[in-house]
Design a protein around this ligand. Structure first.
Ligand code: MTE
Length: 310
């Protein structure tokens, strides 16, 4: 696969001292910082403007010294995987404008106390919005550093009240070939896009439901109005524009396993020593930077998540 090189993103290096006590204004682009403040303040909900700090953990910062620049939004908003629209990464932005975002809801079902439909606007009002700057590592070997806004997935799971038999959560994206030409043009593919996590992974503090990025609501091409972000797994696990969450006993079969069972596995943790079927995974190219950097175990979040896999 050919990875395009973009001009250097103009963002300062993330601060490399302790993880939690850095003034935000020092670690980010000024306009992102100001937008973000406005965004959080403008939500007008008691307790909403909780600033979670920057979630690149101290150890990861030490390992990656000097390399984690926030990727410019002109890159993360213009180079997207959203196969429902098109496999052409540069065209997703234009086509995804058709996504009807008003009144979006998520169906919660399966092994839960009570199936229910939750309105995404209500969730945003209900849960304090936090910010997380996470690395995103695509299995195709490009990567980015993105400031998300949203809430921990755990909060939604607590609201859903899964039964004790539930072991997995299955996430589903919308299906609508009238607005998503990829679902019409490649109708034989196993739509809708489905992803899943074990309940233990889903309850982990790093598992995040993003409703915003760069200080504003999510862009359609990045998975508006609500998407999953699981930073220690390959990007395909971070499913966009979610319409359903189902609690199950068995691991769900995910879209990419159906597409190509020999290439994709359910767990999909970033483990650089394990090559993907068609290329190795030891290095990656940040969008906007014409150099490769070493890929880190669990994408640099080993201290936080390695205990899940012992
Ligand atoms: N979610 C849906 N519904 N459809 C997709 O095609 N692509 C995945 C993931 N989520 C995808 C998806 C892949 S392969 C990656 S790398 C990330 O989204 C890319 O997210 P980004 O475009 O916001 O960078």
């Amino acid at each position: 696969m050919k990875i395009p090189f973009y001009p250097m993103a103009k963002a300062p290096a993330l601060h490399l001292s302790r993880a939690w006590d850095i003034p935000e204004s020092e670690v980010t682009l000024e306009d992102v910082y100001l937008n973000r403040r406005k965004f959080l303040e403008g939500m007008g909900h008691a307790g909403l403007a909780v600033m979670a700090g920057w979630l690149l953990p101290a150890t990861a910062r030490a390992q990656t010294s000097g390399r984690d620049l926030i990727t410019s939004e002109s890159l993360t908003g213009g180079f997207n995987n959203f196969y429902e629209f098109t496999p052409d990464k540069a065209r997703v932005r234009q086509l995804a404008k058709q996504l009807p975002l008003e009144g979006w809801s998520i169906h919660i079902k399966g092994l839960v106390q009570q199936p229910r439909v939750v309105d995404v606007a209500d969730l945003i009002r209900k849960f304090a919005q936090e910010e997380r700057v996470y690395r995103l590592r695509c299995v195709e070997t490009w990567s980015a550093v993105i400031p998300w806004t949203g809430f921990p997935l755990r909060k939604l799971i607590e609201l859903a009240q899964p039964l004790s038999q539930a072991r997995f959560v299955k996430f589903t994206t919308f299906i609508n070939p009238n607005i998503a030409p990829g679902q019409k043009d490649r109708f034989w593919e196993p739509w809708p896009y489905v992803e899943g996590l074990s309940l233990a992974e889903a309850m982990h503090d790093l598992s995040f439901m993003a409703t915003g990025m760069y200080g504003h609501s999510l862009n359609p091409q990045n998975g508006a109005p609500i998407r999953l972000v699981v930073p220690w797994k390959y990007g395909f696990k971070s499913i966009k524009s979610i319409v359903a969450m189902e609690f199950t006993r068995e691991a769900p079969r995910i879209f990419w396993q159906d597409m190509s069972p020999l290439e994709y596995d359910f767990e999909a943790n970033v483990v650089p020593q394990v090559p993907y079927a068609r290329w190795h995974q030891t290095v990656e190219t940040r969008l906007g930077e014409n150099r490769t950097v070493a890929t880190l175990l669990y994408n640099g979040y080993a201290d936080q998540v390695a205990s899940l896999y012992k």
